[in-house]
Design a protein around this ligand. Structure first.
Ligand code: GAR
Length: 207
């Protein structure tokens, strides 16, 4: 069983999807810890309801020092022997220290087809750009923001009358299916990173 930590800042619907998936005995990860930078957020409430340990690490507590903020999160992860990290709507930029601590072991879900629309406003920017198709990207986290080898993508059509809210809701519905599946495949060793690309291995490393 792979010890998974989920980092989240918001309502935590993607955390909810991971918790639901992990409730299945066949799922290869145990959600061992939820870390948030936002006290009282929905993600923390979901973790509490599921009986999952939580840690709150705020930006303010570390004086806005990105390196110290990231180091505090890494401390929380190491203390619980976390092996794999899922960023599920974690809205603070982390320092490269977390990538050094967890190389190729941090996955992020992002609400666009990367490399389009990086950052915190991907859904609004897709609408403003007038694209007809956007979607979800799950990628390995490297030292840049919303960047790193892409593991999986799924498309979502943009409707003429979409608002940011309606479009994001449909994107999240796709994330809720894709992210837990990709996290499980990653934990099973189904994929290998080769430079900037991720390839499916012929035979999984472990089951
Ligand atoms: C998700 O759509 C996730 O992809 C996005 O935040 C949302 C969190 O929703 N993440 C980013 O934009 C990261 N750049 P949730 O709190 O309901 O899971």
């Amino acid at each position: 069983m792979v010890r998974l930590a989920v980092l989240a800042s918001g309502s935590g619907t993607n955390l909810g999807a991971l918790l639901e998936a992990a409730a299945d005995p066949g799922y290869p990860c145990d959600v061992s810890l939820v870390v948030s930078d936002v006290p009282g957020c929905g993600a923390l409430a979901r973790a509490d309801a599921a009986g999952v340990e939580t840690a709150v690490v705020t930006w303010a507590d570390h004086g806005g020092d990105r390196r110290a903020f990231t180091a505090a999160i890494v401390d929380e992860l190491r203390r619980r022997d976390v092996e794999l990290v899922a960023l599920a709507g974690f809205m603070r930029i982390l320092d490269a220290g977390i990538v050094d601590a967890y190389p190729n072991a941090i996955l992020n879900t992002h609400p666009s087809l990367l490399p389009a629309f990086r950052g915190a406003h991907a859904v609004n920017e897709a609408l403003d750009a007038g694209v007809k198709v956007t979607g979800v990207t799950v990628h390995v986290v490297d030292e840049k923001v919303d960047h790193g080898p892409i593991v999986a993508q799924a498309c979502v059509a943009v409707d003429d009358d979409d608002s940011p809210e309606t479009l994001h809701e449909r994107i999240k519905a796709v994330e809720h299916e894709l992210f837990p599946r990709v996290v499980a495949d990653w934990a099973r060793g189904t994929f290998a990173v080769e430079g900037t690309r991720v390839r499916r291995r012929a035979v999984a490393r472990r089951t």
